[in-house]
Design a protein around this ligand. Structure first.
Ligand SMILES: [Zn+2]
Ligand SMILES: [Zn+2]
Length: 139
């Protein structure tokens, strides 16, 4: 004999009450389904970006000591600035994968240790490829 809508709802209510674990699992599955939706993924990306920029600003501000610019060429455009391991990555045991957002995260977590400076992207690459930035040789 078919259930009416009301009976069906009541039956489900009783089932959920009697099976809280299965209900929680279903809810979790639905949550996962929701969190892979494009709108949710896009929102997560937005949040990640926001967190990245907040961290970068904190780190750059800390190591700038009040003067936000490249330690080598005086570039002061914030978007071009990065953080450089003054004595190389080995000092902190950092592999190449700890860079950009992960490096900012690491610095914040480790309470802003000494051994970092602000370099612009150009000077950072110059120092990485030549041992010191080519600007220094022309001085
Ligand atoms: Zn520079
Ligand atoms: Zn330079």
């Amino acid at each position: 004999m078919p259930y009416t809508k009301k009976e069906e709802a009541e039956r489900q209510r009783i089932y959920r009450k009697a099976n809280p674990k299965a209900t929680a699992e279903t809810q979790h599955r639905n949550y996962l389904k929701r969190s892979s939706r494009p709108s949710v993924v896009a929102r997560q990306k937005e949040l990640d970006k926001k967190r990245y920029h907040e961290r970068k600003l904190r780190v750059i501000t800390y190591y700038s000591k009040g003067d936000i610019k490249c330690n080598c060429c005086d570039e002061s455009l914030y978007s071009f600035l990065t953080i450089d391991h003054i004595n190389g990555r080995k000092e902190f045991g950092h592999s190449r994968t700890i860079s950009g957002g992960r490096l900012y995260e690491w610095i914040v977590k480790n309470d802003f240790p000494d051994g970092f400076q602000i370099l612009c992207y150009n000077c950072n690459c110059g120092k990485r490829d030549y041992g010191e930035c080519p600007h220094q040789a022309t001085r």
